[in-house]
Write a protein that binds this ligand. Structure first.
Ligand code: AOF
Ligand code: ZN
Length: 335
């Protein structure tokens, strides 16, 4: 039997098509149902472009059915004029009588006022269907608005014996712990986040590009810590291929809680999510301050015996996956 859950699930599925391209907007999906059949579908593709509800309504062939239909949306329809007009007004103008909402929008300009506007217009409004799944879908957007900091993903690769780099590098090139497939996966991950961050030593030692060249998605904004202006302007991260932001001691106080200083700075820059790819010191700074949401750790079948110890995380829930020859462990911080 088809229930509200069935259709909100479909909204979530549609919304995911926008992953990596909607920043600073959330992922939103919408379906329109008449007589237990889906007659329209849409999702939000890009900030500045139409919202999910607009695309769903536009996709309905027989508009006369709208006045007898139910619109499902994974997030509360907006009530404000942003880059686009309010979705509530469109729902009202099209005389759609029933509105089913996954979860409330945490964005202050909307939060609750969309629901209020629809109720005042006489709509039959249902709120809170698959709420946890709808919140999870927009974990980045919710963390940004509720915690006033970006959603933080830590990523590193460690050897079987727990090192992220060998003691001395014989060659100048980075030593690969993971395989081709995991490298491509990392580029996919990068394309899903608004920004990528690394510490000073990582840039000086590895000179990474931090792009998504092995994946077709967007490049994240590159953020690099450079307390004492030690990074050469010739480094790949300054090649102007993608926007880069350098955090120096002019931006934050490196003597205080550095992780907090960084996340405050990123919040003010409007960054909703960041993947942190090293090095050890930078990763450990976020772990020690308990300012992180996910850690994705590859473990390769290689032994270094000595070198730079991998960061340590303890006590959190984790999920283990096997990726060809590498193990991937994902930790979640539910604090
Ligand atoms: C919806 N449906 O599909 C999305 C919503 O500048 P704008 O006009 O694009 O508005 C952005 C805000 O609208 C965003 O912060 C969030 O609160 C809401 N996003 N709302 O009804 C959608 N993407
Ligand atoms: Zn809207």
């Amino acid at each position: 039997m088809k229930t509200h859950d069935t259709y909100i699930k479909r909204c979530i599925e549609l919304a995911k098509n926008g992953l990596g391209t909607t920043y600073p907007n959330p992922l939103v999906g919408s379906v329109i149902v008449y007589n237990n059949e889906i007659i329209g579908e849409g999702w939000h593709r890009k900030s500045g472009e139409p919202h999910a509800e607009v695309n769903a309504i536009n996709s309905v062939k027989d508009k006369s059915l709208l006045s007898k239909s139910t619109i499902y949306v994974s997030l509360e329809p907006c009530s404000h004029f942003g880059k686009t007009p309010p979705c509530c007004d469109l729902i009202i103008a099209n005389k759609i009588p029933n509105v089913v909402i996954g979860t409330i929008d945490p964005f202050a300009k909307v939060s609750g006022t969309g629901i209020k506007k629809l109720i005042e217009a006489g709509k039959n409004v249902t709120v809170g269907i698959l709420e946890d799944e709808c919140n999870e879908l927009n974990k980045r957007f919710f963390t940004f608005h509720n915690k006033k900091r970006p959603y933080i993903i830590l990523k590193w690769a460690e050897s079987e014996d727990g090192f992220i780099a060998p003691l001395s590098k014989e060659k100048k090139e980075p030593v690969w712990i993971t395989n081709e497939f995991s490298r491509q996966l990392v580029h996919k991950w990068r394309s899903e986040e608004q920004a990528i961050l690394v510490g000073t030593n990582t840039v000086i030692e590895d000179n990474p590009s931090l792009t998504t060249r092995d994946w077709s998605g967007n490049h994240p904004i590159r953020i690099v810590l450079d307390q004492n202006n030690r990074i050469s302007k010739e480094s790949h991260i300054f090649d102007n291929q993608v926007k880069s932001i350098t955090i120096t001691k002019e931006n934050i106080n490196f003597n205080n809680n550095i992780a907090l200083g960084i996340t405050d700075f990123l919040f003010n820059e409007g960054i909703q999510s960041v993947i942190i790819e090293g090095g050890r010191q930078t990763l450990q700074t976020f772990i020690d301050a308990n300012i992180w949401d996910e850690a994705r750790v590859f473990s390769g079948e290689i032994y270094f015996k000595s070198g730079t110890k991998a960061p340590t995380i303890s006590g959190e829930n984790s999920k283990k996956e096997k990726i060809l020859n590498d193990e991937l462990l994902t930790f979640f911080n539910y604090d």
